[in-house]
Ligand binder design. Structure first.
Ligand SMILES: [Zn+2]
Ligand SMILES: [Zn+2]
Length: 304
């Protein structure tokens, strides 16, 4: 076979060269495996470590600055290439390039990105990028710090002062529960708690949290639930109406085994179902009442 020569540098071609008219070096110069900008800026949230290019914040799997940077580079820069899954990437940090702010936050850093073609490991490419890091608060964390972000309201109410202990107990349980949910997903939290005459109002960051809370309370308590929805504006970006959702929760003022005076008769609360209270008198008369009865009527307890 006659010798072939590289069309660019004139070197004799060998069989392993990737292109019939070019040597490996020239081929790689002409067709780099990937092309990235020399400089790139990204935002990192001071509080939670989420990263973003613009407004779409992504929560990192691991909240440590170098692993955040690595995840951000993978997501924001390398994604178009890694989608094809034909290049093995590795990222290394040039420690001498680190520039810190006066608050000891990493402001800029040089990273080297190496790529190896999976099916042909002699085809590689390396590029150095200067990353500029803006340390700001993500949308969620700035709302959290401001404490003004809420979409839905849960109103917990009791009938009178005698039940205030119940509200205190329930609030402890709710706080614990919401903390657990927040750990799993930072979108869910109570942004404000307001004392009311017969209970508290909870301002919640999401509607989902409201539904979680109602479900959670249902496993342990009996209450009347009234949901309402009010149009408060419009999200022009997403082209949809914004509603404020309200759930009024009125805890039943009686519990099992309470003795209640109804029409001069003593009744024992025998059972409470999802929406009814079953009572039995001393002479064995059964009485079934809706929850609403206990809110509308004056209840006289004759507990032993
Ligand atoms: Zn060449
Ligand atoms: Zn954040």
């Amino acid at each position: 076979m006659p010798n072939r020569f590289c069309a660019i540098c004139g070197k004799i071609l060998v069989e392993t060269d990737p292109h019939f008219g070019m040597c490996l070096e020239c081929y790689l110069k002409e067709h780099p495996l990937f092309e990235l900008p020399d400089q790139y800026s990204l935002n990192i949230c001071i509080d939670c470590g989420s990263y973003s290019k613009k407004d779409d914040w992504v929560e990192p799997l691991e909240n440590e600055i170098f692993s955040i940077i690595e995840q951000a580079v993978q997501q924001l820069l390398l994604k178009p290439y890694s989608k094809k899954n034909n290049i093995d990437f590795s990222i290394s940090f040039n420690e001498e390039s680190f520039v810190f702010s006066s608050k000891e936050l990493l402001n800029s850093i040089e990273i080297a990105i190496q790529g190896v073609l999976k099916e042909k490991s002699n085809i590689t490419h390396e590029q150095t990028i200067k990353l500029n890091l803006n340390h700001i608060l993500c949308k969620n964390c700035s709302n959290l710090r401001g404490g003004t972000y809420f979409l839905s309201i849960v109103q917990l109410r009791v009938k009178d002062e005698k039940q205030f202990d119940l509200i205190i107990k329930i609030m402890e349980e709710i706080n614990e529960y919401v903390e657990r949910i927040f750990e799993r997903d930072h979108r869910h939290y109570i942004s404000k708690i307001e004392d009311q005459k017969y209970g508290v109002d909870l301002y919640l960051s999401t509607n989902e949290l409201m539904n979680y809370l109602i479900k959670f309370l249902k496993t342990n308590y009996y209450f009347l639930l009234k949901r309402s929805k009010k149009l408060v504006g419009r999200d022009s970006q997403k082209g949809r109406n914004l509603y404020r959702l309200k759930s009024l929760i009125k805890f039943l003022p009686v519990s099992n085994n309470d003795v209640i005076l109804i029409e001069n008769q003593n009744y024992v609360v025998e059972n409470i179902t999802k929406n009814k209270v079953i009572l039995r008198s001393e002479n064995n008369t059964k009485l079934i009442k809706d929850y609403s009865y206990f809110f509308n009527e004056k209840i006289i307890k004759n507990n032993p």
